[in-house]
Design a protein around this ligand. Structure first.
Ligand code: EPU
Length: 426
């Protein structure tokens, strides 16, 4: 897929538009299967994870029409298969939402065990537990997971053992058409959980309490079509906020919901950024020093794990020492080796990283180990003295729409060079 080549040290200046949230879109698009009519989904991010989900829908017999750049009409009312294509489902974590959607509508589903970023063990036991409470059975063979129910799913009380974004959303999706009421406790509260519930309710579902500790779903027989716009991507917005602050820039981040960015903004202010908040945009500036601060990632409304690597890149340039504790994933510090190549001083011990601030980064050849780690390396490359080449950028392209174009528009010196061009230059 190529590399990003950056020449750093330009402060970013201008405006960056934000589109729909990846982790919301990848749940809403499979959930269209529940509808008994076509749906129109707007503000869909143009990213590889979305293209894979749309391709899966098409291969299962849905009609997918792109109406304009971020708008799709999806008719998934007549599917030819209830098995998500294996070659595609194993490439991305979010393919597990096909289990909830197909089980909820057709009482049967299978996917290949979901992949995604390597962040340590990524079990789906809590998803399967919820399906079992609703009356389904599951089995796994040859790397596939199969869920089935002989009868219509039946509402029940599910208390999750761990707070899981995916299991919460999947249980909601599966329960929407169940017989009776489902109560979910110890649930995740991320903005995309509220977004998926809003989408389902716009089709006629009865989901209450999303965003709080207890979610109640009263099953309905039928769901109508809906025209729905995906919530702005808080992590994409957060990434550009950090990029602007790291480069000492002055950037307006447009089309955001500031409330969703509170924990990120609070830490950026601690780190020395100046942030002004408006109805649907934020302006971030930084002229003075970067200050050290400690971060502990937690489920929403805590500081999001998906912003941890990007903050590490910023704090590596701070005056003083910062400590980052990862509270969600076993292993989310694979960027540390790469940032060290650029001059960062980071020591990792288990789920904790100790970052001693340095004066600056120097350009280097690095590789994106996963999506958000890749974003952290882009931020480091924007600040570094000299040329940085980032390989394995398919990770980044999975989740950031037109990252190169958006950064160029605010003055960054960044190019995506396809593999062939890279070889020609060598
Ligand atoms: N967990 C279990 N059992 C389960 C599910 C999760 O033990 O059945 C554990 C996980 O191992 C982890 C914790 O619970 O330690 C939280 O996992 P969660 O289920 O919340 O994560 P996820 O739904 O698989 C989503 C995002 C991730 C994001 C996490 C946490 C999608 C497609 N992915 O993953 O996003 O880090 O929530 O907020 O929504 C990213 O965008 O870069 C990314 C990795």
């Amino acid at each position: 897929m190529g590399k990003y080549i950056l020449n750093g040290r330009n402060p970013l200046e201008g405006k960056i538009p934000i589109y729909g949230a990846k982790n919301s879109a990848v749940a809403i698009l499979p959930a269209v299967i529940l509808s008994d009519e076509p749906c129109i989904i707007e503000n869909v991010p143009q990213i590889n994870d979305v293209y894979v989900i749309l391709e899966m829908l098409k291969r299962m017999g849905a009609s997918v029409e792109m109406m304009s750049e971020h708008k799709y009409r999806i008719d998934a009312t007549k599917l030819s298969s209830y098995n998500a294509p294996k070659d595609l489902s194993r490439t991305m974590r979010a393919s597990y939402y096909f289990l909830g959607a197909l089980l909820g509508k057709y009482k049967t589903a299978s996917i290949s065990m979901p992949g995604g970023c390597d962040l340590g063990p990524r079990p789906i036991d809590q998803h399967l537990k919820a399906f079992e409470y609703l009356g389904a059975q599951w089995d796994s063979e040859h790397g596939s997971v199969i869920v089935k129910s002989n009868d219509r799913l039946k509402g029940d009380h599910v208390f999750f053992d761990t707070v899981s974004v995916g299991a919460t959303i999947n249980a909601i999706i599966a329960a929407v058409k169940a017989d009776g009421t489902t109560v979910l406790e110890n649930v995740a509260k991320e903005p995309h959980i509220v977004d998926v519930a809003n989408f389902l309710n716009s089709m006629g579902a009865d989901v209450r309490g999303a965003g709080t500790d207890v979610i109640k779903i009263r099953g309905v027989e039928r769901l109508k079509g809906s025209e729905y716009s995906v919530v702005p991507d808080q992590i994409e917005a957060g990434t550009y906020l950090v990029a602007a602050a790291a480069t000492g820039g002055d950037v307006v981040i447009e089309n955001v919901i500031p409330k969703h960015l509170e924990s990120i903004v609070a830490k950026l202010i601690k780190a020395g950024a100046d942030i002004e908040e408006f109805d649907d945009y934020l302006r971030v500036k930084r002229y003075g020093d970067i200050y050290s601060t400690n971060i502990r990632t937690m489920p929403h409304p805590g500081f999001p794990t998906d912003m941890q690597p990007q903050f590490a890149a910023l704090l590596a340039l701070a005056k003083g020492t910062s400590i980052i504790s990862e509270g969600i994933w076993d292993s989310r510090f694979r960027y540390a080796d790469e940032l060290r190549r650029m001059g960062a001083r980071i020591q990792v011990d288990g789920k904790t990283a100790v970052i001693e601030g340095v004066e600056g980064f120097h350009g280097a050849n690095v590789k994106a180990p996963d999506l958000r780690a890749g974003a952290a390396l882009v931020i480091a490359g924007l600040v570094a003295d000299g040329k940085t080449e980032i390989g394995d950028i398919y990770h980044v392209e999975r989740g950031y729409e037109n990252i190169v174009g958006k950064l160029k528009d605010v003055g960054a010196n960044i190019e995506l060079v396809e593999d062939e061009d890279v070889e020609k230059r060598a």
